[in-house]
Design a protein around this ligand. Structure first.
Ligand code: G3H
Ligand code: 13P
Ligand code: ZN
Length: 349
């Protein structure tokens, strides 16, 4: 089937009370790993590419691979999403290429590093929403700033530096009309999120719950949601890696988030660890091997296992066939005639 609207995918997830993993891709093997997992678990799925990924793989290669994935898996709804768009132009280029969803990360200025003002964020996000909705494309915005830096993108610092203020989240959702809202609750991108298993002092699930109470129908997004499992760290280190001990976001906390309005969960680092561990293992155990297939195949399998586990844990497993995806033209019509509402329901304090 053609690529589907992320809005529809998340609306259905809300109806079903489950979350949907959004997995980052840079190459064919990662796309295949996600599709293998989606097929095995019968899951709808969000595939996402960062600006770095689009540059690494070249837009057209990556997009054609996603189209191939959609063509080869007609029973799996796939939304293709721009992760952390830094400007109107980045989002526009993704939409023109055929992405069915974009994130306008206006929490940072265009340099992808400096926190922006609230008004700047509202302004650029609103412009992207107008452009995207006219074309049936979903928009995720972000309010509050995540910690860490990935591939040059991110404010750096700790995840506690700019936690989302629930009142601002309400105003942001009302003024922008975003379909999904990423919030900052203490997570950061990358492997080094927490120095011990996170408790409420560093992972602010209470803030997430407060935002969900005020915006009960808004699809919340958790970034930096890799769990960084010790088993994956151990494999990397066992075969010559040098990862320092670290903790990610426990799956139970994500599941608590899903009970409280989280519909999209971003995972990249866990897959990077799985791939790297599998490749290191082949290199260490079979140094005579030099056919890339000898290590890319186990790497793809390792990523598939992580993605399939997350699909089951987030609850999306088994939901691929629940609904008939609408065309992007029908979605555009829905935004225009108001069937697809962009006014959030706001509950009083
Ligand atoms: O935003 C974070 C994702 O892990 C993508 O990372 O910008 O290094 O591709 P990247
Ligand atoms: P992780 O680094 O925790 O996998 O987060 C990925 C992410 O948020 C992509 O936008
Ligand atoms: Zn992110």
């Amino acid at each position: 089937m053609p690529l589907v609207s992320m809005r529809q995918l998340l609306d259905e997830a809300a109806k079903g009370g489950y979350g949907v993993g959004a997995f980052n891709v840079n190459d064919m093997e990662q796309i295949q790993a996600i599709m293998m997992a989606a097929k095995e678990t019968k899951s709808p799925v969000i595939v996402q590419a960062s600006r770095g990924a689009r540059q690494f793989a070249e837009d057209l290669y990556l997009f054609r691979l996603i189209q191939a994935a959609a063509e080869l898996n007609p029973d799996i709804p796939i939304a293709m999403h721009q992760d952390h768009g830094n400007s109107f132009e980045t989002c526009k280029s993704a939409i023109e290429l055929g992405y069915t969803s974009v994130m306008m990360d206006g929490s940072l200025k265009e340099d992808g590093k400096t926190p922006s003002t609230f008004e700047e964020n509202v302004d650029v996000t609103r412009r992207v929403v107008d452009f995207a909705h006219e074309r049936g494309v979903t928009v995720e915005g972000e309010i509050g700033v995540l910690g860490g830096v990935e591939d040059g993108h991110g404010a750096g610092g700790s995840g506690l530096d700019h936690i989302t203020d629930p009142d601002q989240a309400v105003e942001f959702a009302e003024r922008t009309g975003v379909d999904a809202l990423a919030i900052a609750i203490g997570t950061s991108h990358g492997a080094y999120k927490f120095t011990k298993k996170p408790d409420g002092s560093v992972l602010k699930m209470d803030v997430l719950i407060a935002i969900h109470k005020r915006l009960p129908n808004t699809h919340l997004v958790m970034h930096g949601s890799s769990s960084v499992p010790k088993e994956l760290q151990d494999i990397v280190n066992q075969y010559g890696g040098k990862l320092k001990p670290t903790w990610g976001v426990p799956v139970e906390e994500i599941q608590l988030g899903i009970k409280n309005g989280v519909r999209k969960i971003n995972v990249d680092t866990d897959n990077r660890l799985a791939i790297t561990g599998a490749i290191r293992k082949v290199f260490a155990e079979s140094p005579e091997k030099f056919d890339p297939r000898d290590y890319l195949k186990p790497a793809r399998e390792a990523m598939k296992n992580v993605v399939a586990a997350r699909m089951r844990e987030f609850g999306q497993a088994g939901h691929a066939g629940d609904y008939k995806p609408l065309s992007i033209a029908e979605i555009a019509k829905g935004y225009k005639d108001g069937t697809l509402t962009t006014r959030p329901l706001v509950a009083s304090k």
